[in-house]
Design a protein around this ligand. Structure first.
Ligand code: NDP
Length: 443
């Protein structure tokens, strides 16, 4: 069988899993040139092995609302690949979570983690639970019920979950408290923990800061810089807020941000302290921004954000939030860089538009790897029983993001696809994992 037959066989098997098929299709298409140099990977059927999770756990999560109603959600953990280290990847709590979404995220995570240079395998999990509008008590009871099953599958040398959409510091705290109670061990199994119980400085900021370090490296390699540029950032969660913070610190004017209801446009530059207060402290909707800044605009519908003219577009909300039409508008408006803070935010066709128009395009598994990289550093600090300073962790994050950029750019050149970081990141991540799988035999 050649690579196309193998890809079709894999896609056919999981054809109902839309997001997973999309992710597999992208990776397998772009790594095709690898097999001319490494026919042994085809012989050992690495492709079918790497696209099949090592383990999928699906479980019931019953919990009680404040008014006494008993609710049942579905929990997932996909332990995708442990060739280079313990499974590592976030937990997502959002109504859209299903097996396809968790498998796509887990699959992407394998290659992203490999790119960081740290020994972490790929996994992902979550639930179709919606944290919006729930009381702290409800969130705690849900997290405790979720962990009452998950705890038996995870461990510091087995599987180390973190946060993702809908899972921030509050949820990690409740999850970790329940884990510790059940196993009677302080083994720091989650990352993104609070600083008072084993967390790392810079973890909260890491994905957003890392994204900007990556964009800086892309621009620098093309004799350009961030200074004086404008940016549009979708989302107003963990990734978006800290991408905006670092963008502003590096001389970029951020014009717009969004949530799932709509977007704000402030030509004077976004007031980030206000966004943090609305989203992180009050947990409210972004439209409240115009109550304070009456001269800014609020528009219903998150997608309109891509019509704003900008130099840099950073999709930091969710998968498939930027399609072909949006990509064409961004190009017409002169966008120079698009880098993905979210996972798979650009559709296949949007990606093609950017690459065909010579836009600098940073794919998620490279551009947003800063979060998991600092999670890896949190694990290192936990093992050492030490805490590093903000500056030390931030410095390592910068080095890791610069290295990821260099590795992806050099790999793209080596495989005849200069500046195509989709090819560069997929091949570089794949080669590391494939080599480890080859060394470990058929397991
Ligand atoms: P958060 O839950 O903190 O924030 C998510 C943001 O995206 C919110 O503003 C949310 O709006 C918005 N959003 C969610 N769903 C949609 C939707 N369907 N349409 C429009 N907007 C939406 O999550 P994170 O910031 O942690 O994660 C954002 C993305 O970054 C995800 O793709 C995640 O996988 C990825 N990522 C996260 C990492 C991390 O360290 N946290 C690491 C690497 C990648 P609302 O408030 O209305 O729900």
């Amino acid at each position: 069988m050649d690579i196309t037959d193998i890809k079709n066989k894999i896609i056919e098997k999981d054809r109902d899993e839309k997001e997973f098929v999309q992710a597999v299709d992208e990776v397998l298409t772009s790594i095709a040139p690898v097999f001319d140099k490494h026919p042994e990977y085809l012989k050992m059927n690495i492709l079918e092995r790497i696209t099949e999770p090592e383990r999928v756990i699906i479980f019931r999560v019953p919990w009680v609302k404040d008014d006494g109603e008993v609710v049942v959600n579905r929990g997932f953990r996909v332990e995708f690949n442990s060739a280079i280290g313990p499974y590592k990847g976030g937990l997502r709590f959002h109504p859209s979570v299903n097996l396809s979404v968790v498998k796509f995220l887990g699959f992407e995570q394998i290659f992203k983690n490999a790119l960081t240079g740290l020994p972490m395998g790929g996994g992902k999990g979550g639930s179709d639970f919606d944290p919006h509008g729930k009381s702290d008590g409800e969130i705690m009871r849900f997290c405790q019920s979720f962990m009452s099953e998950l705890y038996r599958h995870i461990g510091p040398f087995r599987d180390v979950p973190a946060g993702d959409i809908g899972v921030g510091a509050r949820e990690i705290g409740f999850l970790y408290g329940q884990y510790k109670k059940l196993v009677n061990e302080s083994s720091w199994v989650l990352t993104g923990k609070g600083l008072s119980y084993g967390g790392s400085l810079v973890r909260k900021e890491a994905t957003g800061y890392g994204l900007l370090y990556f964009v800086r490296a892309m621009l620098l390699d093309h004799k350009d810089s961030l200074e004086g540029k404008t940016a549009v950032i979708s989302g107003s969660g963990n990734v978006a807020i800290y991408a905006a913070e670092k963008a502003m610190a590096l001389g970029v004017k951020v014009l717009a941000m969004s949530d799932s209801n709509g977007y704000i446009y402030d030509p004077k530059g976004i007031d980030l302290d206000l966004v943090k207060k609305i989203k992180e402290v009050d947990r409210k909707r972004i439209k409240e921004y115009i109550d304070v800044h009456g001269d800014a605009e609020y528009h219903e519908g998150a997608k309109g954000i891509w019509q704003i003219k900008c130099d840099i577009a950073l999709p930091c909300a969710t998968q498939n939030e930027l399609d072909e039409e949006d990509a064409k508008i961004l190009c017409q408006n002169g966008v120079k860089v698009v880098a993905e803070g979210a996972n798979m935010p650009c559709t296949h066709k949007a990606q093609r538009v950017f690459l065909d128009n010579g836009i600098l395009y940073g794919p998620a598994k490279a551009a947003n790897a800063g979060g998991v990289a600092v999670s890896g550093l949190e694990m290192s600090q936990n093992s050492l029983r030490l805490s590093w300073t903000f500056e030390e962790v931030d410095e390592r994050l910068k080095e890791i993001m610069d290295d990821i950029y260099r590795t992806c750019a050099d790999t793209a050149i080596e495989y005849g696809a200069k500046d195509d970081l989709v090819v560069g990141s997929n091949i570089a991540g794949f080669l590391k994992v494939a080599e480890a799988m080859m060394a470990q035999g058929i397991v």
